[in-house]
Design a protein around this ligand. Structure first.
Ligand SMILES: C[S@@+](CC[C@H](N)C(=O)[O-])C[C@H]1O[C@@H](n2cnc3c(N)ncnc32)[C@H](O)[C@@H]1O
Length: 259
């Protein structure tokens, strides 16, 4: 993971807000339709973050099932332990690279928006495949950050913002590389889906709103844009919303693997 992007307390709070946005809740609903959790299943949530998905999954597997959420960030797990609690969820502070679950442990594994933050994704995908049962499935979702779209008047500025933020965790092209990585990791069967998050409302309720604050902080911290550029960008976002030209979109890719 880049030293300039960390899942600290401030990021955990910002992400917690983002995950409550309508777009992300809708996307997670679609993800769960594709993943299809069943009552009684034992599910591993790799990089569970603030636990929002673990909580939804825990209701679907019911009291006879179990969710194990692992994450290597104390700050993210602190939010999960405070806000996403259920009798059948267990959270563990653990890096995916250090998983020690026995082979064929889980009916399903979900790993959304995590692989891009690991130093070497291939062995991680292989380790995840190892712990899922032969009858189970692994759900992996990743973003292609070069597809970050905000409609503002200044094209050059938006291009600078998109490219400046794209590699914030190392490889912003992880989304477009996910399918071939899963093939190379040895998955026997891969179902590919794509999901486009989009909306025309610049507000805290929609993903592009709170995301713009994460982007602003990152661009300033890394000096990829000047203070003046970042302020101009934020102003143009608000103005675009006021004059009904605002539009946001971002492409995500999902692979469902079987071994
Ligand atoms: C963008 S968040 C996604 C959270 C959650 N999966 C979701 O989609 O809502 C990425 C999460 O992966 C965790 N993470 C990053 N690298 C990790 C690693 N090597 N092992 C375990 N967790 C990791 C981060 O701490 C963070 O909580």
């Amino acid at each position: 993971m880049s030293v300039t992007f960390s899942f600290d307390e401030k990021t955990a709070q910002q992400l917690s807000l983002i995950y409550q946005s309508e777009d992300i809740r809708e996307m997670q609903r679609q993800y769960r339709v594709w993943f299809d959790p069943r009552p009684g299943e034992n599910i591993l949530d790799v990089g569970c973050g603030t636990g929002i998905n673990a909580l939804a999954l825990s209701k679907m597997v019911g009291a006879g099932g179990k969710i194990v959420g692992i994450d290597n960030s104390d700050a993210m797990l602190a939010v999960a332990r405070a806000t996403a609690v259920a009798g059948n969820i267990e959270y563990q502070l653990k890096a995916v690279e250090e998983m020690e679950f026995p082979e064929d442990s889980f009916d399903g594994v979900v790993c959304t928006q995590v692989l891009g933050y690991t130093a070497d994704a291939m062995p991680v995908i292989q380790a995840i495949l190892r712990v899922v049962k032969p009858s189970g499935r692994v759900f992996i979702a990743e973003t292609d950050w070069d597809t970050l779209v905000y409609n503002i008047p200044d094209k050059e500025l938006q291009r600078k913002v998109t490219l400046g933020f794209s590699d914030h965790h190392g490889d912003g092209w992880f989304g477009r590389r996910l399918y071939s990585l899963c093939q190379q990791a040895g998955a026997k069967q891969i179902d590919l889906h794509h999901y486009v998050i989009h909306n025309d409302e610049y507000s805290a309720r929609r993903y592009g709103g709170p995301l713009s604050y994460v982007i602003r902080d990152y661009l300033l911290r890394t000096k990829k844009c000047t203070q003046e550029e970042v302020e101009r960008w934020m102003r143009q976002l608000s103005d675009a919303f006021d004059n009904h030209t605002y539009f946001f979109s971002l492409n995500r890719f999902v692979c469902i693997l079987r071994k």
